[in-house]
Ligand binder design. Structure first.
Ligand code: FES
Ligand code: FES
Length: 168
């Protein structure tokens, strides 16, 4: 079946089954591979995109449910004010480790900053709790969101090796 979806300000016609997740339309049909597949069951956040500005898990959203809503992916979020500030802060704080989860993290963080320009720690934790990072970059993610929100440099503190069960 044929669906027309708007992704990053461009209309795309995709010819796939209606129950195919949006993620596969974005990656395999349209060819934008910045959005990642992690769990496939809405548990990790790696596949997060925006639908009319709201973060959604594209791995469980059928293409037939997208309709006329606008999809924004990591490839274009930097064109929004919140997305640009988040990406700049991400670089300044050097958040990324392996990088696999990071497009999803940035999409969730940009959506948070757009709806809440001054998020508290609790706001950040609530908004980001569905985005899992195997490299445990959570401290730097929170610092980058605070930096993007305030414009002030936030110093991250190293976690002592002993606190994570390492050498004494
Ligand atoms: S791949 Fe979609 S939430 Fe994990
Ligand atoms: S940076 Fe490696 S999984 Fe998050």
């Amino acid at each position: 079946m044929s669906f027309t979806i708007k992704v990053n300000d461009r209309q795309h016609v995709v010819d796939i089954d209606g129950d195919t997740p949006l993620l596969w339309a974005i990656r395999d049909v349209i060819g934008m591979t910045g959005t990642k597949f992690g769990c496939g069951i809405a548990q990790c956040g790696a596949c997060t995109v925006h639908l009319d500005g709201e973060p959604v898990r594209s791995c469980v959203l059928p293409i037939s449910a997208v309709g006329t809503r606008e999809v924004t992916t990591i490839e274009a979020v930097g064109a929004t004010d919140a997305g640009k500030r988040i990406q700049d802060a991400w670089l300044a704080v050097d958040v990324v480790q392996c990088g696999y989860c990071q497009s999803g993290q940035i999409m969730s963080a940009a959506a948070l900053l757009k709806r809440n320009p001054s998020p508290s720690d609790a706001d950040i934790d609530a908004a980001m709790s569905g985005n899992i990072c195997r490299c445990a970059t959570y401290v730097r993610i929170r610092a980058a969101i605070k930096q993007a929100a305030t414009g002030k440099i936030v110093v991250t503190q190293a976690i002592p090796v002993s606190a994570v069960g390492g050498r004494k």
